[in-house]
Design a protein around this ligand. Structure first.
Ligand code: IPE
Ligand code: IPE
Ligand code: MG
Ligand code: MG
Length: 324
């Protein structure tokens, strides 16, 4: 999803306050990245300046509604969520040995494991420092729960690496922990600092679109192309991560069922397996599962003021548009 398009759609739907909040978010993120020594300034700075869709802060803003009691608190929550997300990406690229992120070399590729680990740690710490300023124990608990889930999800992914016996249930559990819980937290934090109504239903909405988002990310890893995703095609295969497209493709195709993932070692080999997965139709099936989740998330939204409801629906559609 191009964030400009998503934001434009959300703004049209009644989120006229959103562009100003996003500008303040960017300024604050850059300020934080620049303020903790040269290492953080260089590596956290490039991670943040490389962009990203800012989908989670957008969810915080939209979940908070157009007239929150304390817009500074909403902004700080959005900053905190994006910092946790950025920290996780920096650490994730260490664990996944990923070379490319947001179209640029990852911190681990550019500066090594020690610096990438420290950069991620610093970003995490800054996230909680920012959120603590809201003086809400509940808010800190929500973000802390999501961060614990992220760590658990990453460990589950390593535990299941190269394991072709991974079931859908186990795969979805991993997606829930490593991705959906932070989307859930973004919505919960927005609701908490906004109208403070509908925290639970909005959190549930966030969780569902987060699950769909990870499934679509896994589809994109197989479909590519790198120019569009900012990541090499087949990165998941190369680090042994078994995702829904491969799980489905193996059910459909005997030669993929017999595949030894450990034998997939080079980007060219990964590319060939990606083609074979695509040929089974598994990408469309995986995508359909994600679309169903987004549909359920939208239809289960509580009754909210019409502009806010529409804005939330548009963010959910933006998650799906990633694939288009
Ligand atoms: C990437 O998230 C990590 C996943 C949960 C799949 P995004 O695709 O939102 O990353 P950026 O922030 O836009 O780079
Ligand atoms: C999502 O998993 C990363 C986290 C939520 C930590 P991926 O490993 O699929 O994310 P990308 O593909 O590297 O962005
Ligand atoms: Mg990764
Ligand atoms: Mg991925």
């Amino acid at each position: 999803m191009a964030s400009a398009e998503a934001v434009a759609a959300v703004v049209e739907a009644g989120g006229a306050h959103v562009p100003a909040l996003l500008r303040r978010l960017e300024a604050r993120l850059l300020e934080i990245a620049a303020s903790h020594g040269t290492v953080l300034a260089e590596h956290a700075g490039t991670t943040i300046a490389a962009g990203g869709k800012r989908l989670r802060p957008l969810l915080v803003f939209v979940a908070a509604g157009p007239a929150p009691a304390d817009s500074e608190a909403v902004l700080r929550a959005a900053v905190a969520v994006e910092l946790v997300h950025s920290a996780t990406l920096v650490h994730d690229d260490v664990l996944d040995a990923a070379p490319l992120r947001r179209g640029r070399p990852t911190v681990v590729a550019a500066a090594g494991r020690a610096i990438a680990t420290a950069t991620g740690d610093l970003l995490f710490s800054r996230a909680f420092a920012e959120l603590a300023r809201n003086r809400s124990v509940e808010a800190v608990r929500v973000l802390s729960d999501a961060s614990c889930a992220l760590a658990e999800g990453e460990l589950l992914q390593r535990e299941d690496a190269w394991n072709l016996g991974v079931t859908r249930e186990r795969y979805l559990r991993r997606c829930e922990l490593k991705t959906a819980r932070l989307f859930q937290a973004a919505c919960a934090l927005g609701a908490l600092h906004g109208a403070a109504e509908a925290v639970e239903p909005l959190a549930r909405f966030g969780r569902r679109i987060g699950l769909a988002f990870q499934i679509l990310d896994d589809v994109l890893d197989v479909s590519g192309p790198a120019e569009r995703t900012g990541k090499h095609r087949g990165t998941d295969l190369l680090d042994g991560t078994v995702t829904l497209p491969l799980i489905i493709a193996r059910e459909l195709d005997g030669s993929l069922a017999a595949l030894d993932v450990r034998a997939v070692r080079t980007p060219d080999q990964a590319e060939a397996v990606c083609e074979a997965i695509a040929d089974t139709g598994a990408l469309d099936l995986a995508r359909a599962e994600a679309l169903t989740m987004v549909g359920e998330a939208k239809s289960d939204l509580p009754s909210l003021p019409a502009p806010q409801q529409l804005a939330l629906e548009l963010v959910a559609d933006g998650v799906v548009d990633r694939y288009a």
